[in-house]
Design a protein around this ligand. Sequence first.
Ligand SMILES: Cc1cc2nc3c(=O)[nH]c(=O)nc-3n(C[C@H](O)[C@H](O)[C@H](O)COP(=O)(O)O)c2cc1C
Length: 322
Amino acid sequence: MKNFYKMLPKPFFALAPMDDVTDTVFRQIIAGLSRPDYMLTEFVNVDGLMSPGRHNLEVKLKFSIQEKPLVAQLWGKNPTNFFNIAQEIKTMGFSGIDLNMGCPDKTVVKNGCCSALINNRQLAKEIILATVEGAGELPVSVKTRLGFNQIDLSWHEFLLSLPIQLLTVHMRTKKDMSKIAAQWDYMTKIKQLRDSINPDILLVGNGDVDNRQTGLKLAQQYQIDGIMIGRGILKNPLAFSLESDQWNQYSITQKINLFKAHLDSFNSTYNEHADARLFKLFKFAKLYLNGFNNSSDLRQKIMTQKSIEAVNKILDDFMTNL
Ligand SMILES: Cc1cc2nc3c(=O)[nH]c(=O)nc-3n(C[C@H](O)[C@H](O)[C@H](O)COP(=O)(O)O)c2cc1C
């Protein structure tokens, strides 16, 4: 299989992995509206995938053809599990494997995973090498931050010396969480490191980019290969389009119908678990049911419902009374 990253136009745009947000359902919605050049799954734990509890995680690896190219994002601790899961991912139709070395979540860090690897380079290296070996021809990338408690560019220098195909940097440290603005200035130095250590590794910037226009400016300013957009998509599902402001022109019916399409797909994806997971859908209410009269009341009403059927009925009643 080819390294699909090399075939992308520059600068390219990616949808960020977001746990409980960018599942197969939402990725399909975005693919149908204004598609990025590639997308990533939510992060999936390799140690969990190699355990008896695996079935609970398998849904995170579900996808449909229109989401491609799709990159599976993995996290965990045991290099052998990374090797085994990479071998499996290779047979599943994914276009690449991304390694999460940036998540700042307390439990994850306490367990020595994700951003904790910034301070455990031996294990980070073992994980990368094991994944690369298991992945065969599939490209392997790393998504990380600017450092752990402080900016630490020796980390990027280290990563750029390893056999990865792409590096995504969320321009904050682990300590920053998402509390301060992304520090894009540091991209100049990271780009210099990339150019001098291994110009073949593609460099992607991430943090506070809300739409394509802003992304294009940053890619031009720092001369990087790509831009990743995360939370911006929860404000505007057309974030990847040059005409992202067309979202403001969407009629109430169009917005509600999009939400209904999301609900239907959610229902068929999660089947008997859909109603129990309904609360996970409420974050999307703010996206679709926004910017029109009584949208806030409609959202409030929906957030108290316990079934997809009940939510659908409220939406249908609202549209009938328009
Ligand atoms: C709800 C949520 C879930 C996230 N889950 C993941 C994840 O599974 N893997 C990952 O690498 N980053 C995850 N992130 C971080 C984003 O991918 C991204 O790096 C971060 O939001 C900064 O980009 P933005 O300013 O464009 O949102 C998550 C962020 C949010 C808000």
